[in-house]
Design a protein around this ligand. Structure first.
Ligand SMILES: C[S@@+](CC[C@H](N)C(=O)[O-])C[C@H]1O[C@@H](n2cnc3c(N)ncnc32)[C@H](O)[C@@H]1O
Length: 269
């Protein structure tokens, strides 16, 4: 089985961060995650269900099968979905590389913030394409840490972000994968591919994004790798801490923060 080490970790704190991320980015990344009535949709790598609850609620006339490798995440996602009274989602533990479904089972497939963690994202996309019916749509959403810029600029903040990029690379992933969505969807053999960049621009006139994105999504993610980055000798503790302080500094009244997500669509012919 594929090495499944996952840089962001499975902690309770990471579950909170993923939920903050999903709630904050709902409009930016899911405004067009709309499926035709009665669609059967596979959500691959649903984690604790942070995106699941958004797409399932937006598409009450579709049914979702949401899978993840982690039993713990599936259990947590099930608890959350039940507590919200959502009834159009089935959750199942499964590996994206070896899906327990027949060819052409699903009308659509959606995968969000997962390819960046995989050793072989194209193999995963091909397996997802296998279970997609002809004429069905694949949606892939990824970030790209290389798209981050902010004011005030800070060498240490950029170094701290680079630690995340390095760690993810060491674990076989790629946190700059957003820019590769188009070529990856093409290599998968999909047609009618289109990729749209979704920039999150934050200044203090958008207090919800200051809290939800700069602090609780992005900086929380970088802060979460502090110990591992120092232990692996990628950075010293003082530089990392200054970098985190400078990232929080961008959330002050004169600060600005930009990050771009990429959303790709492709059709199986
Ligand atoms: C960053 S989380 C994203 C979760 C969710 N899509 C979201 O946006 O909140 C990545 C997820 O991919 C899952 N994952 C990693 N490798 C997998 C594989 N081979 N098969 C299924 N899920 C996998 C992890 O367990 C984790 O839950």
């Amino acid at each position: 089985m594929e090495n499944t080490k996952y840089v962001h970790g499975y902690s309770e704190r990471e579950a909170l961060r993923l939920n903050d991320q999903a709630n904050t980015l709902d409009d930016i990344i899911h405004n067009d995650s709309i499926f035709p009535k009665d669609s059967l949709v596979l959500e691959a790598g649903c984690g604790v269900g942070a995106q699941t609850k958004i797409i399932a609620t937006k598409n009450p006339d579709s049914n979702f099968v949401s899978i993840d490798l982690s039993e713990d995440s599936i259990r947590e996602a099930r608890r959350m979905i039940e507590s919200l009274g959502i009834t159009n989602v089935k959750l199942k533990q499964a590996d994206i590389y070896k899906l327990p479904f027949e060819d052409e089972t699903f009308d659509s497939v959606i995968i969000c913030f997962v390819l960046e963690h995989l050793h072989n994202p194209i193999q995963a996309l091909k397996e997802l394409k296998r279970v997609l019916r002809k004429g069905g749509t694949m949606i892939a959403i990824e970030g790209d840490h290389g798209s981050t810029f902010f004011y005030p600029d800070s060498e240490q903040a950029n170094m701290a972000i680079n630690c995340q990029i390095q760690l993810q690379k060491q674990n076989g992933g790629n946190s700059n994968i957003g820019r590769q969505l188009y070529p990856m969807l093409k290599s998968t053999g999909l047609s009618e591919i289109s990729v749209s960049p979704r920039m999150v621009y934050v200044d203090s006139s958008k207090p919800q994004l200051v809290e939800g994105f700069i602090k609780n999504t992005f900086t929380a993610m970088i802060e979460g790798i502090s110990e591992e980055a120092v232990q692996r000798g990628i950075i010293d503790k003082a530089t990392f801490e200054k970098g985190i302080k400078d990232l929080y500094r961008t959330a002050e009244s004169d600060g600005v923060f930009c990050y771009t997500f990429f959303k790709g669509f492709g059709v199986k012919k």
